[in-house]
Design a binder for this molecule. Structure first.
Ligand code: AMP
Length: 294
């Protein structure tokens, strides 16, 4: 894809199919954890191996990016747009959790309780769900990833860093006042999974801070009858999710800042303003604007 030639050297990949995707190593390693033995797990076994994990040079593989940011900031929106643009899987651990809690699996009711209180699921469960997702992707020939909502704790960050090199961590930021409204306005199409928003955010600038306008993101007519709200997008639960995020995110940001992988990106407004600027920040702004504008 032409767009990849303009990604900084460290972020490029080849498309050689014979090259083993690093995600296979991650998934094999992660698969040493299982959903049912949570209490037995202290440290995933691959972390205590003596030999260092196999790491591939960035030029030999697809990009491995992470999106951090508060609930409602738009991680899913931008990660999924980049996923389409670059042809790299977008893996949102929140989606994996929701799939599991909607299934008839043994963890379902336990997860429902945790998620509906706005709490974090244990590192073991998340790693196990991610492992399964990576393995399934690998079986389909996927490689590289844009992770959304993972890592959320230092332990998760250490585990990821222990098995592969993340190239870049994008830390999306948005004015606090907008976050609650964005979560409460979020609507999901229960058929296609599309993410829309009915909130119209118009915060006036004050004390030197610029104002911010974010237009609603309306669902296409075919999705309208199928729109649902996430059970954890209620005011009480969103406030708790924001509180927990603010409590746990700093060490994770620091972890990547110290490794010079953190790209801070303050959202200037809605998608029309933010998307082109994000592409510039990621060095993906180029002549193929029709692709980037999609
Ligand atoms: P999200 O869609 O990212 O807001 O995630 C929804 C919920 O899934 C969160 O509130 C957590 O309960 C759970 N969750 C998602 N990702 C993680 C993670 N990396 N660690 C722990 N819990 C998570």
């Amino acid at each position: 894809m032409a767009v990849l030639s303009r990604i900084p050297k460290t972020l490029t990949r080849t498309t050689t199919s014979s090259i083993k995707p690093i995600s296979s190593y991650i998934s094999r390693s992660f698969s040493s954890t299982t959903l049912n033995s949570e209490t037995d797990l202290k440290v995933p076994s691959f972390l205590s191996r003596n030999s260092p994990p196999l790491r591939q040079e960035p030029k030999d593989r697809n990009v491995q990016w992470v999106f951090l940011g508060c609930p409602g900031v738009g991680k899913g929106t931008y990660a999924s747009r980049l996923s389409s643009l670059l042809g790299i899987p977008h893996i949102a651990t929140g989606d994996l959790v929701r799939e599991e809690l909607n299934s008839s699996g043994t963890l379902s009711s336990q997860l429902k309780e945790i998620v509906n209180q706005g709490k974090l699921v244990s590192d073991e469960i998340i790693i196990s769900l991610l492992s399964k997702r990576l393995e399934a992707g690998e079986a389909k020939g996927e490689s590289g990833f844009i992770l959304d909502g993972f890592p959320r704790t230092i332990r998760q960050a250490e585990i990821l860093e222990g098995v592969t090199d993340v190239d870049l961590v994008v830390n999306l930021k948005l004015r606090e006042e907008a976050l609650l409204a964005k979560c409460l306005g979020r609507r999901i199409c229960s058929h296609c999974g599309g993410n829309y928003n009915i909130a119209c955010i118009d915060i006036k600038g004050e004390n030197g801070k610029p104002g911010i306008y974010m237009a609603p993101l309306p669902a296409p007519p075919q999705c309208v009858p199928n729109l649902i709200q996430r059970a954890d997008d209620t005011e009480e639960v969103v406030k708790e999710r924001l509180r927990i995020y603010n409590e746990t995110s700093q060490p994770v940001e620091e972890f990547y800042r110290n490794r010079r992988k953190l790209l801070e990106f303050e959202l200037p407004g809605g998608i029309p303003e933010a998307w082109p600027k994000l592409l510039v920040a990621l060095n993906l702004d180029h002549k193929d604007k029709h692709i980037a504008a999609a």
